[in-house]
Design a protein around this ligand. Structure first.
Ligand SMILES: NC(=O)c1ccc[n+]([C@@H]2O[C@H](COP(=O)([O-])OP(=O)(O)OC[C@H]3O[C@@H](n4cnc5c(N)ncnc54)[C@H](O)[C@@H]3O)[C@@H](O)[C@H]2O)c1
Ligand SMILES: [Zn+2]
Ligand SMILES: [Zn+2]
Length: 371
């Protein structure tokens, strides 16, 4: 079938992207789903910094690539070996399929699946196939999703079904911002009385903040840190008890027992480490470029018995964790829709990349008309 999607031909375009237009809105051929694959009509897709990181070359991927990895839609067809009852269901896409067989898949979400990581790096689905073409030329899938399109073929292990009461835009954000930021909090665990801080208040960090508030209770100290003042104001309205710029946090001697680094910048990591209390845990979910380096004192790790953990996809097992976040959302404790600050069209994506790079939005979400 023919679909319309946002294709990146080349990384590292000049900014502003609104002028250089790295993403072209193209007509593509989409093959039918193969074994263990499904066809999804995309209803909504959010723009995440990890999309921008492909555009700016921080996370190099094979080109050309149809971007987008935080999406939701309705299954319209299934391939062999897939339960036909999935047809008609709304699903959340997940940007790291778990094969369920490799050693990493036996780690309860802690380690990314080896096979899923390899297919993501290759720009294929988990099976190794590419289902996208332009004029016969193969186009790569973005982390098994490629959600900036009217439809996608994805592995059945790249989706989690949700009930219809979950709006598409909420479902989309569950797939990356919430699973990643929220998962980092939930899967690390917060104890009563823990002080939680989040450094970097984009979609991922704000989701961490919302989940920290939901799990730690109304009285808990939940601290937001960002260098952009508007983000601090937004964090207050989303339930932070205190907000600081990195400089203010250092001056005030802020300390927290659980710190989530969700900026993807080495200076933010240093800020996050600097505010981790003795005995505390720093969970880093940001994805800086491969050459980024930080400067911290190892003595502070040892003498303060601090723990630093990396977390990919929030150390989540998506089919286990998405329903938990849906329940919190239904109970009114996780207002995911408030992260969707801007509604955009596919054709707005280049300007939206500028807004994201400049920190002018939390999540910009495409809702496909006629969906
Ligand atoms: N680990 C994963 O599985 C995973 C999944 C999704 C996104 N990510 C990564 O998480 C990070 C956040 O993603 P996002 O979409 O929320 O990004 P975003 O760009 O929307 O938000 C990042 C925020 O960090 C702030 N920031 C930047 N430098 C800072 C500093 N030195 N100190 C304090 N704040 C600073 C920015 O102002 C911005 O508000 C990115 O690196 C992204 O690639 C990781
Ligand atoms: Zn993402
Ligand atoms: Zn695996």
């Amino acid at each position: 079938m023919e679909i319309t999607g946002a294709v990146l031909e080349e990384m590292r375009s000049e900014r502003p992207y609104a002028s250089s237009r790295p993403l072209g809105i193209r007509t593509l051929e989409l093959d039918p789903p193969g074994a263990r694959e499904v066809l999804v009509r995309i209803e909504a897709a959010g723009l995440c910094h990890s999309d921008l990181s492909v555009v700016d070359g921080n996370r190099p991927r094979p080109m050309p690539m149809l971007l987008g990895h935080e999406a939701a839609g309705v299954v319209t067809a299934v391939g062999d070996e897939v339960d036909p009852a999935l047809v008609g269901r709304r699903v959340v896409t997940v940007f790291l399929p778990r094969c369920g067989q490799c050693r990493e898949c036996q780690t309860d979400g802690r380690l990314p699946c080896r096979k899923g990581s390899a297919s993501n790096a290759e720009g294929t689905l988990l099976s190794g196939a590419r289902r996208l073409r332009i004029g016969g030329r193969p186009v790569n899938h973005h982390v098994g999703v490629s959600g900036f399109a009217t439809a996608a073929v994805v592995d059945v292990r790249s989706i989690v079904p949700v009930d219809d009461d979950v709006p598409a835009a909420v479902a989309a954000l569950l797939g990356c911002a919430v699973l990643t930021g929220g998962g980092a909090v939930m899967n690390t665990g917060v104890a009563a009385g823990d002080r939680v801080a989040v450094v970097g208040l984009g979609g991922v960090g704000m989701a961490a903040l919302l989940v920290a508030r939901a799990l730690a209770g109304d009285d808990a100290q939940v601290i937001g840190i960002d260098q952009i003042r508007d983000k601090l104001d937004a964090a207050m309205s989303l339930g932070a008890s205190e907000v600081y710029t990195p400089g203010e946090a250092a001056d005030a001697g802020v300390k927290a027992d659980l710190v989530i680094e969700a900026a993807g910048h080495p200076r933010a990591f240093e800020t996050a480490f600097g505010i981790t209390a003795a005995g505390g845990r720093l969970v880093t979910v940001g994805l800086p470029g491969p050459d980024a380096r930080v400067s911290i004192a190892p003595l502070d790790i040892t003498a303060g018995a601090r723990t630093i953990t990396g977390s990919y996809l929030g150390s989540s097992v998506p089919e286990r964790d998405v329903p938990v976040f849906v329940r919190l959302w239904r109970e009114g404790r996780l207002p995911v829709e408030r992260l969707a600050t801007h509604r955009i069209e596919l054709s707005d994506l280049n300007g939206a990349l500028d807004n994201l790079a400049d920190g002018r939005a939390i999540r910009q979400v495409i809702e496909f008309r006629g969906a």
